[in-house]
Design a protein around this ligand. Structure first.
Ligand SMILES: [Zn+2]
Length: 295
């Protein structure tokens, strides 16, 4: 599933081709994409709208129109957007096409059909997102202290807490595993047991993992493709995700695989001990960090 770095890469590529363009014709040929609304009705609402900006929040692409209405797109498992100036090839998995006023097309493809398009009236976006998403992890307002507030009194495993979009927006299975490895925190540690030293490490690690992903245009697994048809290369840089049995980059221990909340989870058993801080973290002044016992 595309996560923050993949969606941000999609947004960055769509921005120059969509901004200032008008939607002249919209075809939606999958009722699941826009349910409970009628595809023809949603298409008619979008025709004539001119794009003012292309933004992102969490894993949502936000196409903002001059009218202040928005088209909110979630790619879910296998959705992708493709921009073409030369016409579209046959594709049985194409669910929608937008013809722009410069004659080019933006096509939406989705094999598993979990993606969604939602048109929101002016003023409706903020309340819609407020109930669904926590802080943006790359935003200046997101601090280690904020992260601590979101994790406090939560007994869920740290991995599950970070996958919850209301804790932080945009993280998924890949970047949570990568961030926890960078922070040297076991994925099953109770969220509330993460101490202040670890919180600072985790805050830094989340940002570093996401920024690494954006710098490589996301990770290409299965159906992810960029609007210009290219693909990302972050999958070649994973530290733990999908690397079961391979040596840890930091200590050489074979990467282990487990499940957390039903999700495949990779970690280093040496760098990320379940009982707490690894000895490798001695340099981060453990004597000044108050350890809390796991419940
Ligand atoms: Zn290791």
């Amino acid at each position: 599933m595309p996560e923050l770095p993949e969606v941000e890469t999609v947004r960055a590529q769509l921005e120059p081709v969509l901004t200032g363009r008008r939607f002249v014709r919209v075809e939606i040929n999958d009722s699941r994409l826009v349910r409970p609304y009628e595809p023809a009705e949603v298409a008619a609402e979008l025709e004539g709208e001119r794009v003012a900006a292309v933004e992102r929040r969490g894993k949502y692409v936000i196409v903002r129109f001059d009218s202040d209405r928005v088209l909110l797109i979630h790619l879910r498992m296998t959705g992708s957007l493709r921009h073409s100036r030369t016409g579209l090839r046959e594709d049985p998995h194409r669910r929608a096409v937008v013809r722009l006023d410069d004659g080019s097309d933006v096509a939406y493809r989705d094999v598993r059909r979990f993606g969604t398009w939602l048109v929101l009236e002016p003023g409706a976006l903020a309340p819609y997102l407020a109930t669904r998403l926590g802080d943006e992890p790359l935003d200046a307002l997101f601090t280690a202290a904020r992260l601590g507030e979101r994790l406090a009194k939560r007994r869920a495993p740290i991995k599950a807490a970070l996958l919850d979009q209301r804790t932080l927006a945009g993280l998924g299975n890949i970047y949570v595993d990568e961030a926890l490895w960078r922070a040297r925190i076991h994925p099953l540690r109770p969220a509330e047991s993460i101490d202040r030293v670890e919180l600072r490490r985790l805050h830094k690690a989340i940002r570093a993992a996401l920024e690494a992903g954006i710098a490589r245009q996301g990770s290409t697994l299965r159906d992810y493709a960029l609007p210009d048809g290219s693909s990302g290369s972050m999958q070649n840089e994973f530290k733990v995700y999908g690397r079961g049995g391979e040596p840890c980059d930091r200590c050489g221990t074979p990467i282990a695989k487990t499940k957390v909340g039903g999700r495949g989870t990779w970690f280093c058993p040496t760098c990320q001990p379940e009982s707490g801080q690894a000895s490798a973290s001695a340099s981060s002044r453990p004597s000044r960090s108050r350890r809390q016992s796991s419940v």
